[in-house]
Design a protein around this ligand. Sequence first.
Ligand code: SF4
Length: 494
Amino acid sequence: MMVEEKKQTWRESRIKPEQMAKYLQDGRDFIDDDALEARLRQGEPEATRVRASIAKARAIQSLDLDEAAALLAVQDPELWAEMRAAAAEIKHKVYDNRIVTFAPLYMSNVCVNSCVYCGLRQENDAVARRTLTADEVRAEVEILAGKIGHKRLIVVYGEHPRSDLDYMLETIRAVYDVKVPARRGYGQIRRVNVNAAPLPTEELRELQAVGVGTYQVFQETYHKATYRAVHPAGTFKGDYDWRLYTMHRALEAGIDDVGIGALFGLYDWRFEVLGLVAHALELERALGIGPHTVSFPRLEPAENTPFNESLRWRVSNDDFEKVVVVLRLAIPYAGMIVTCRENPGMRRRLLPLGCTQTDASSNIGVGGYQDAEQHGDRQQFLLADTRTLDEVVRDLAAMGCITSFCTAGYRCGRTGQCIMDLLRSGAEGKFCKLNAILTFREWLDDFASAETRAAGEPVLQKEIEEVRQKMPKAFPEFMQSYERICAGERDLYF
Ligand code: SF4
């Protein structure tokens, strides 16, 4: 097919109104801007009401929009302190002291959209465009999995015919292909999460079949007037509802783990928190499955992008902490992702309050991992945290956290409704704890520096002792697996 012909076919295959219309209620989507704004105008809530919501969250039940709005309206510092303590407690109850790490892999930076806050918008000539070939993808993964030791990636695609579904499938297969010898075992990516444009249901089915973990699409802003202002009409991304119902289609297509998110700084952070809560509640209502992860990146400066230089709605560090606390209370079962956009100090502050996943050794340039090796790290001024995975793991160990490289969940069918039920009941923690120990053992033996290994061993021993005491029945079988890992076997999981 000629390039122009392919482009035309691709355009026509994008937005399918019937695939979102069926989810509308009385012809309307689930974000009612006026109703959300009205909730945010309500005064400070009674302490008893706030404490009732905290108790509900502690029972790992989602909060409704009125309850979430009330938490956002709290002014009393003592009540905020109670909310922070509860958020930390819930994080610990559901996810214990585990932190999952991953790296982003930008496959391409071509895009047909014109989002005013994005350096990759199509009319920005300041950016050199590139789309990795499958061989180039493999070369990037050899570094990520073979040298750094990552087991999970989030692969990122712009919306463009050059990075269409066929390209996604080819490059995801290329990621899974790579297996590199490591110090004792081998390096391999075991879970590929995807951040891409909203896809139609039939394409999502194909994506599911290739074996993806979480499919992420962020709404950017839930506020419709702002959405229209920053995503020009006539672009694909200008269609608010097509984007809003992506996760409905993904779940319908069999992708059980979906990730929602908002870009903080485009509009009032309180509104965006309510938008995320509304989205989670709607997914639970319509499909019985809430989001696997919630993301809340803060808008950062981008090359040749003046919009980002004078943001009316920039979010302060203190308010950003409140974003994390309220999301943890309102959607208590969900994984929460804090990225290298935040500096090390901010990440240390946010992780105990509810975050469960973080990236490390990240490079957001296309081909950036090889470039960084060959020419020095060109990305260091773009990301606020450029520490290596080894450094982040050591820092987490110093905080008493175990880095989990577990990717068993989706390979064992613990996804979607199943994982939600397990998380709510606390039962998932049992599998996760065992797998965190096994995968951390692997990683320390295969990739850790001597310093990080020394920091990680006491954490590991403490975890093993907890298993012995709290799971005496599972302990003998678990220790057999642990000994096999110590002897050099890899990828054992419960
Ligand atoms: S769709 Fe994504 S990559 Fe494209 S311009 Fe918008 S934010 Fe940037």
